[in-house]
Design a protein around this ligand. Structure first.
Ligand code: HEM
Length: 80
């Protein structure tokens, strides 16, 4: 996962990464405890975790099953 290339990943890849980020942060594996120990302000608060959860579980903006949405709309969405 390279967050600098987020917009280049497919929707499915992004969903997968979002769930991996959700699991790793909720389990407090990420950021690693030894990293947090050195960089104190990287500690995630309960509010931070809640925000990550909302982001990771949010319904995708564009669903491939939505007949109202054209392929052009989907490409535009990936581009932003
Ligand atoms: C936005 C989400 C994430 C952030 C901000 C994050 C942040 C970090 C940081 C700050 C480090 C320590 C610095 C470094 O080694 O470069 C690290 C190490 C690491 N991360 Fe993440 N991480 C994220 C997601 C993930 C995910 C989803 C995985 C795998 C499922 C993962 C796997 C690892 C591994 C294996 C290490 C090395 C651990 C070690 O050296 O002990 N990370 N991450």
């Amino acid at each position: 996962m390279n967050l600098s290339k987020w917009s280049e990943y497919t929707e499915a890849q992004r969903r997968g990464f979002m769930l991996a980020i959700l699991g790793a942060t909720q389990a407090r594996i990420m950021p690693p405890p030894k990293y947090v120990w050195i960089h104190g302000n990287s500690k995630l608060s309960d509010a931070d975790l809640k925000l990550i959860q909302e982001w990771a579980l949010a319904r995708p903006k564009v669903s491939s099953q939505d007949p109202e949405v054209s392929a052009t709309d989907i490409r535009d969405d990936i581009g932003d």
